[in-house]
Design a protein around this ligand. Structure first.
Ligand code: DOR
Ligand code: ZN
Length: 433
């Protein structure tokens, strides 16, 4: 593998406490050297990237994506989903197991990581917590972990039974994995296709009460508390309600290992974006009230939110071009996450750039225990994003690398243009100015 020298850039590596002008040398897939501008000692013969005026940061890590393989390659493939990831500055993604069949085995977990899938960035499978994600029988977490799974989850299918969730938390703790819960008490959400509120009344659609989310988060936290001595790690996927974030905040005060992620659509959009039955605004959890949206922003700014994750959920155009009630849930997100976070969290709400990047890289890496990622300290994986922090641009979904088009951000102005995405020393995406 050739060596790559990134010169004249501004390095921001929150995990290492670095925010200054630095040159970086990448060699054999790792960070080999970091030095002041022009001071690399071992860079002779290396290919050079001129990063003048650009920010150099650890590659972004999305801990919640749906890559649809095996079995639903018409929506997305591992190759196309990871190409979109690379274009968005992501060097690693954690793939949810709601594939066909469900990823509840070491065989599928290994299949997803094999070179034949053509992944452009690192794929970390998340194994199903229960057989077929049916919420009844636990899978073999040790075997899933040995095959490369970085967490367990039945995402899309909440684990409702107290006993099964308790066993999942205990078994996952024994092998050092987090249980990622899609918190939705489906008994309270039967037939719902959007948030319960004024917009659902107006549109005549059945609504999902926010309590369907928060009551399950509260139940899960109670289980974590009961199992306290076993040190379980509960991670709340795509938190969307003020009450859920408040419950996580309280659990943390009580010293419990409870973490959560928020998706860009939940800190930017509300139920009003459903408009007149726009199926691109249908996802689960649904877009909520303005008060809930504000609580997501507050949680991000005050630090209770541990990660920004996209819940990239590609669907084929024909699947979204149906009546609202019949459309599948989901919105894509890999190409828009950084641009939206910089435009809104950083520029508008003044979250320091280092903290935005930490939510998109160092903290997700820590959450899933991804060793050697989320930082560019010497010896780490050579996972790098290089972007122009000042550039404004307009997202055009017609140019997407994903197979899917189901976004609400087409035509939105983004801040921060990705110029290079480098995964383990290999250029996975480039778009020089
Ligand atoms: O919006 C969603 N899309 N929510 C889910 O829980 C599942 C996901 C998907 O797989 O499409
Ligand atoms: Zn989910």
């Amino acid at each position: 593998m050739t060596a790559l020298a990134i010169r004249n850039g501004h390095l921001i590596d929150p995990a290492a406490g670095v925010d200054t002008a630095k040159d970086i040398l990448l060699k054999d897939g790792r960070v080999a050297e970091i030095a002041g501008p022009g001071k690399l000692k071992h860079a002779e013969g290396a290919e050079v990237i001129d990063a003048a005026g650009l920010t150099v940061a650890p590659g972004l890590i999305d801990i919640h994506v749906h890559l649809r393989e095996p079995g639903q390659g018409y929506k997305e493939t591992i190759a196309t989903g990871t190409a979109a990831a690379a274009a968005g500055g992501f060097t690693a993604v954690a793939a949810m197991p709601n594939t066909t069949p469900v990823n509840d085995s070491p065989e599928i977990t290994r299949w997803m990581q094999s070179p034949e899938r053509g992944a452009q960035v690192r794929v970390f499978p998340i194994g199903a917590a229960t057989r077929g994600s049916k919420g009844e029988t636990l899978n073999d977490f040790a075997a899933l972990k040995a095959a490369g799974a970085v967490a367990v989850s039945d995402d899309g299918q909440p684990i409702l039974k107290d006993g099964v969730m308790r066993e999942s938390l205990a078994a996952a703790a024994r092998v050092g994995l987090a249980v990622i819960q899609h918190a939705e008490d489906t008994r309270m959400a039967q037939g719902a296709s959007m948030n319960l509120g004024p917009a659902s009344f107006r549109l005549g659609l059945r609504g999902m009460p926010p309590e369907a989310e928060s009551s399950l988060v509260e139940r899960d936290i109670r289980l974590v508390s009961e199992l306290r001595d076993a040190h379980p790690h509960l991670h709340v996927a795509h938190a969307s309600t003020a009450a859920a974030v408040a419950a996580v905040r309280q659990a943390r005060r009580n010293g419990l290992r409870v973490t959560c992620e928020v998706a860009p659509h939940h800190f930017l959009l509300t139920e009003e974006h459903v408009g007149l039955y726009n199926t691109h605004a249908k996802m689960n959890p649904p877009l909520r009230s303005a008060a809930d949206r504000d609580a997501m922003i507050e949680g991000i700014l005050d630090g209770v939110v541990d990660a920004i994750a996209t819940d990239h959920a590609p669907h084929a155009p024909h699947e979204k071009e149906v009546e609202f009630e019949h459309a599948p849930n989901g919105i894509t997100g890999l190409e828009t996450a950084l641009g939206l976070c910089l435009r809104w969290l950083h520029k508008e709400w003044r979250l320091p750039l280092g903290r935005v990047l930490s939510l998109l890289s160092a903290q997700p890496a820590a959450l899933l225990n991804l060793k050697g990622r989320g930082t560019l300290a010497v010896g780490s994986y050579a996972d790098v994003v290089i972007f122009d922090p000042k550039a404004e641009w307009v997202y055009r979904v017609a140019e997407t690398k994903s197979k899917a088009r189901n976004t609400l951000f087409d035509g939105w102005t983004m801040q921060g243009k990705v110029r290079w995405t480098i995964c383990e020393g290999r250029v996975a995406y480039t778009n020089p100015a």
